[in-house]
Design a protein around this ligand. Sequence first.
Ligand code: ADP
Ligand code: ZN
Ligand code: MG
Length: 514
Amino acid sequence: MKKLEEVLQDWEAVIGLEVHAELTTLETKMFCNCKLEFGAEPNTHTCPVCLGLPGALPVPNKAAIESIVLAGLATNCDIEKRSMFYRKNYMYPDMSKNFQITQGPVAFCMRGHLDLEVDGAAAKERIDIPEAKEGSYVAHIGIERIHMEEDAGKMIHIGGDEGRIAGATHSLVDYNRCGTPLIELVTQPDLRTPEEARLFMQKLRQIYLAIGISDCSMEEGSMRCDGNVSLRRRGSTGLGVKTELKNMNSFKNLHDGLAYEICRQAQVLEEGGQIYQETRHWDPSAKRTIVMRVKETADDYRLFPEPDLAPYDLSDEFIEGVRAKLPELPDQKAARFADEFGLSAYDARHLVDHRATADFFEACMGVAGKDAAKLAKPVANLAINDVTAWLNASEDADLAQSPLTPARAVELVKLLAEDAISSKQAKQVFSAIMDEDKDPSVIVEERGMKQVSDTGTIEAVVDAIIAANPDEVARYKEGNTKVIGFFVGQCMKEMRGQGNPKIINQLLAKKLAE
Ligand code: ADP
Ligand code: ZN
Ligand code: MG
């Protein structure tokens, strides 16, 4: 199979996502007052409504409607005042009612969009966008709709491989998840690369977390995504036949699954074959996709209006009440950081990647007081690099409870800004704070880490090293400027790693040029 890069020279990928999010922050289910709780003893949160016993009547959860309207407003959707619920009929043991309540052609939220700023190596995948060559561009991604539906129960297959149904001896079903309020966002087929799909998902997750409607755990399945993808020849505008990758449960799987599928489709098409509209499963360990089933059509579900629920007629008052609850969204926060503290757009954007790093940065700026503008950049670096790596290293890492208080972070950054320690030492101090729960000044003192920035001391070392290595000096003068690295290394060694590298470099450059 060809590489993605190569495939994208001849083919344009067309990608649309369907993203499900469970409204986990609500107390109760969508149409009954059973408690919403992940990981509870199976079948302990059920009642006649969510089990679909004959005669039981659903009552909509108002807080869930508020959540979906909030999601719509946060993603630039129009809020439809008039919409209604439908029954989507199917027979499978995970839903004992034999139908799922969902929305029809008109959803609560329609016609939204999100803008993605794409940069780094993946930006170059968009060979159709001239400015992408310079390393960044903005992609405008349309959102078709966000609708409300209820989740089904959970099947547990016993005896098969990796919990799959194939080869299982029997299956169990847990109805606790039945009736969990679920919102599904459907994008327009506007995404063009796996990286854009990944970024869209990441941005949507940040927004949902900011508005507090879901815990968005990809591992526990409270946020999951189906990726639809087709190919067309560069320059053509029609849509090809798509395949759908089901239930991608991590950003990496979404990216890698789509990348594989694009390459697979290109190979089939280039060999004169045909793509079938089918649902496929991405197997990350085997690194390939396999067919799950051929596509069912809407007709198969006999969708019809839910007779037990009246159509909605949302009031302006209700919608405006929800709008008033909109918090500052990640994009707005990034713009404010850039504006207030003079950060680059890039730094500001990556700070808001995590709620934790954004809050941490703000707290540090509060501590920094009049030095805020001066320390903004190094604090942002600390947050984006070291702190983010620390957060990513463990699942239950909690920055707010960690030894790195904003006061300690500001102290650390000041030591670096004043050249009291080198950037390498700053990394060591960071680890030591996390491991030993001590102040930066104490760590620096205990380990004798003080960086030597005294020009006189450094000059003496530089002179000695230059005098001791005449051959290397000659090579430098012949134009091999790379040997400066050798001299820096020797000086550092002589100073036991405590020399200020900036000053060493400056003095070496000056003296070697003499
Ligand atoms: P389905 O009927 O299979 O559910 P939809 O029309 O509802 O398909 O679209 C589902 C998702 O697939 C949407 O995100 C949409 O943008 C995307 N999509 C639709 N057609 C294509 C296509 N030809 N190629 C890629 N994505 C597509
Ligand atoms: Zn119930
Ligand atoms: Mg669909």
